[in-house]
Design a protein around this ligand. Structure first.
Ligand code: NDP
Length: 436
């Protein structure tokens, strides 16, 4: 919403934006940004341990949850102010409150009724929890950022982005963590080698991953402890139960019906490649459209909308080869197809795979592996998938994503000189395919 508003205003449009909470969006206020700060905090535990192999005596270390949360909140306040300033500097008018469409051109915010030629819905999503008895005793990622204390024992439910990231955060900070997932391996949809490597490394770090289970009931006891009943007959005791079981589009009370905007059951708003809904002057971008639910994708969609509608340069959004990362411990960076999807799509596939101990751990002694994988369409030589699990994976893959998005071939990878000694050089030096 902020990106689209700023760019549209830059093109000369008169823009108003309405927000119920704080501007900046889920990512800044209660998502990617605070999550990454907590993830940094969690990494220190291992850094202190690893230092010993390099001759350092770190001494006793203690972690203070309240200080971390306080500092994180201060940073989010700062960012929120930056976003407010960006809007006002662009001449965007902020309407503080919930926006409700009255028809296809009018929006009510409190006592104000605002008319607009074009309306953009960028309301994102909110966490979803299954309706099981006692679910009110659990939290979602929204509350996880404001817990009064670090969980002593946490049960994280789910196997997706948020579940894996928070399992790593709580575990790194010192909680005992059980992660319960209904499927046969965490991170469904990712390459199988990525899934297996992440799960194995998370287990090594002490996370108790239980697969093939559903939580069926939660009971809270007088001492505050919660018992989770699982459908395999087992029970788990925890002081914090966090559901990370997906998010749903935020369309409650938006007045979509009054404006004639079609939404699917569950709230997803279908749009065309220009982010236009079935109503020609109403557009939607980001998670509320449930295309690829990632912040940079929403930014791209919002920017394209503003350029198309106000900048005189209509352009559709290209959702091909979008890189992404999971900030699990260790993290994942990925772009392109998984091996399974690439085989289905291209048939003829060369698979290059490498697993090694990162140089840092030769002295730290930590038994953490890095896994890298390249998938190449054999007939054209085009690299159609690149996956990394391990230290710095998201930073590495961001750069390589330029090559993959540009359709470069394995031969062009091979002609690129490695930077030595790095982990990333492996991606330009793998020569022998392993047929998976
Ligand atoms: P995901 O869709 O990634 O994962 C949801 C998980 O919950 C899956 O493991 C799913 O299982 C499980 N689940 C769904 N319904 C149930 C149920 N009824 N009972 C038990 N388990 C269930 O959602 P997240 O909440 O992790 O993340 C939300 C969104 O936020 C994602 O779309 C992601 O793109 C985005 N995000 C991105 C991040 C990043 O870029 N690093 C970080 C965090 C979030 P199954 O696999 O079997 O369906």
């Amino acid at each position: 919403g902020v990106r689209a508003a700023r760019i549209a205003a830059g093109h000369g449009a008169r823009v108003g934006i309405c927000e119920t909470s704080r501007v900046g969006g889920t990512c800044v206020i209660r998502g990617c940004v605070p999550k990454k700060l907590l993830s940094y905090a969690a990494h220190f535990a291992e850094e202190f341990e690893d230092a010993a192999g390099f001759g350092w005596e770190v001494g006793e270390s203690r972690f203070n949850w309240s200080r971390l949360i306080e500092n994180k909140d201060r940073e989010i306040d700062r960012l929120n102010k930056v976003y407010l300033r960006l809007l006002s500097d662009s001449g965007v008018v902020l309407y503080d409150g919930h926006g409700k469409l009255l028809d296809s051109h009018r929006v009510q915010v409190g006592d104000d009724i605002i008319s607009a030629e074009k309306i953009l819905i960028a309301t994102g999503g909110r966490p979803w929890k299954p309706e099981i008895p006692g679910v009110e005793h659990s939290i979602t990622s929204d509350e996880a950022f404001h817990l009064e204390a670090l969980p002593g024992k946490a049960l994280v439910v789910g196997g997706g982005f948020i579940a894996c990231e928070f399992a790593g955060i709580f575990n790194g900070l010192g909680s005992e963590v059980v992660q319960a997932y209904r499927g046969d391996q965490i991170l469904r949809g990712f390459d199988q080698d990525v899934r297996d490597t992440v799960a194995a490394e998370m287990k090594k770090k002490g996370i108790d991953i239980r697969l093939g289970v559903n939580v069926t009931e939660l009971t809270r006891h007088a001492d505050g402890l919660i018992t989770a009943q699982l459908d395999d007959g087992s029970e788990i005791q925890a002081d914090t139960v966090m559901f990370a079981t997906g998010r749903v589009p935020n369309v409650r009370g938006l007045g979509l019906l009054d404006a004639g905007v079609h939404a699917k059951p569950g709230g997803m708003i279908p749009v065309n490649e220009y982010s236009c809904t079935n109503v020609p002057n109403i557009f939607a971008v980001g998670d509320v459209t449930n295309r690829v639910n990632l912040t940079p994708v929403a930014l791209m969609e919002g920017h394209a909308f503003a350029d198309s509608e106000f900048g005189g340069s209509p352009r559709p959004v290209n959702h091909g080869f979008i890189p992404s990362a999971v900030f699990s411990h260790p993290p994942v960076g990925t772009v392109g197809f998984s091996e399974k999807d690439a085989r289905t799509r291209y048939g003829d596939l060369d698979v290059y795979r490498s697993e090694f101990t990162p140089m840092k751990h030769t002295l730290s002694g930590r038994e953490e592996k890095t896994m890298m994988k390249l998938l190449v369409q054999a007939s054209s030589g085009k690299v159609v998938g690149l996956h990394v699990v391990g230290m710095d994976a998201p930073e590495i893959v961001q750069g390589f994503a330029v090559a993959i998005k540009s359709g470069l071939t394995k031969q062009q990878f091979d002609r690129t000189t490695g930077i030595h000694p790095t982990a990333a050089e492996e991606l330009v030096t793998m020569r022998t395919p392993v047929q998976g």
